[in-house]
Design a protein around this ligand. Structure first.
Ligand code: AQP
Length: 339
């Protein structure tokens, strides 16, 4: 991919902290592909596998390695095109850790304490409330600000972290003069929050311990249909989008994302039909929507040499871009240049 200084920049990432869900796909990755193609003339696109974020929760090393490689293959299979976008692994670019330390010193304890993800994850991982889990947003700010990203496509759960990134950038710019681009958040109109199939008041999460709560991007058609059949709904019988119908609202959102149909179209389609028919249709649409991606993923995973070459070359290119911002920051804060 050719990085152009005259274009604006899009950056986003996913943690390889579990097997990716349709929440990660519909809330983030699918929109990256659209942006990469529709905004190619205007934006550079950079997509990162954020493995350093993943270790804020304990990971099995071999699984983390496997999932990191698989996530690269998922990006490619989802249509992220290496001719148009840079795909790289965060830990392959040392500047992320380096800038993150600096930004830690410009991020306030009070700000980090207000992050809802920190509160949720420390409740879930009471045995391991480590400093990395707390300072996670400073690393995320480094990921974004290193590349002077203008636009960051994310799901709704990451909006608070992005707002903190903007505050950190503005604070730094105020002290040292214009250094960082202050990024904007991009969220899809439909799919910014896909909910758990087991508890539709909660977001679908790849680290959920209940295997029926989430549909994985690589699940088989049978598993996908089985999970949708078991999805928690309500005691009403009509398929309509309404307050208090979280389960149905979630299924309608998923169906809309995979078929492009509006909620009105969906209500008409299922008028007089029961939840059973609707769940079956959502399962079919989801499985069919994921099938081409799954086939391409399988093909890519059989070519490790290709994936390794791509990771190496793209990490070199990302390092080159990132080092420019890092040098500027080091100079501004008063680090003596290496003689
Ligand atoms: N349920 C979701 N609906 C819509 N978007 C979602 N995203 C995650 N879950 C949903 C978006 O996916 C991108 C990558 O997320 P992440 O891997 O950085 O971490 P996360 O937001 O914490 O996602 P998970 O799946 O819940 O991971 P774990 O369980 O490890 O914490 C982000 O843009 C996110 O908004």
């Amino acid at each position: 991919m050719e990085f152009s200084n005259s274009k604006k920049t899009i950056l986003s990432g996913v943690q390889p902290s579990g097997n990716l869900t349709i929440g990660n796909y519909l809330g983030a990755i699918r929109n990256w592909e659209t942006l990469q193609n529709e905004k190619y003339e205007e934006y550079n696109s950079l997509y990162c596998v954020v493995d350093m974020h993943a270790i804020t929760v304990r990971q099995t090393p071999a699984e983390l390695r496997r999932r990191t490689m698989e996530t690269v293959a998922i990006y490619l299979a989802a249509g992220i095109d290496p001719a148009k976008s840079l795909i790289f692994v965060q830990s392959h670019v040392p500047a992320h850790a380096q800038l993150s330390w600096v930004l830690n010193c410009y991020t306030m304890f009070g700000e980090l304490s207000r992050m809802t993800q920190f509160k949720d994850k420390s409740a879930k991982n009471a045995q391991n409330i480590n400093a990395g889990l707390f300072t996670y947003p400073a690393l995320m700010a480094a990921d974004i600000l290193l590349y002077q990203a203008d636009l960051v496509p994310v799901g709704i759960d990451q909006k608070q972290h992005l707002e903190l990134t903007r505050d950190i950038a503005e604070r730094f710019n105020q002290v040292y003069g214009n250094t960082f681009v202050v990024p904007e958040c991009y969220m899809p109109k439909t799919g910014a929050k896909i909910c758990s199939l087991a508890d539709p008041t909660k977001k679908m999460s790849k680290s959920d311990e209940n295997p029926n709560a989430c549909v994985l991007m690589l699940d088989s058609k049978d598993d996908i249909i089985r999970k949708f059949k078991r999805a928690v709904t309500d005691s009403d019988t009509s398929v309509r989008y309404a307050d208090g119908k979280d389960g149905i609202n979630n299924l309608m959102t998923i169906y809309s994302c995979f078929t492009g149909k509006t909620f009105e179209d969906i209500e008409k389609e299922f008028e007089g039909k029961g939840y059973g028919d609707f769940k079956m249709a959502v399962g079919e649409a989801c499985a069919d929507g994921l099938a081409p991606l799954q086939a391409e993923f399988k093909r890519l995973m059989a070519d490790k040499v290709y994936l390794e070459n791509l990771m190496r070359e793209n990490a070199d290119q990302a390092s080159y871009i990132a080092r420019k911002t890092l040098s500027k920051v080091y100079r501004k804060i008063g680090f003596l240049a290496k003689p």
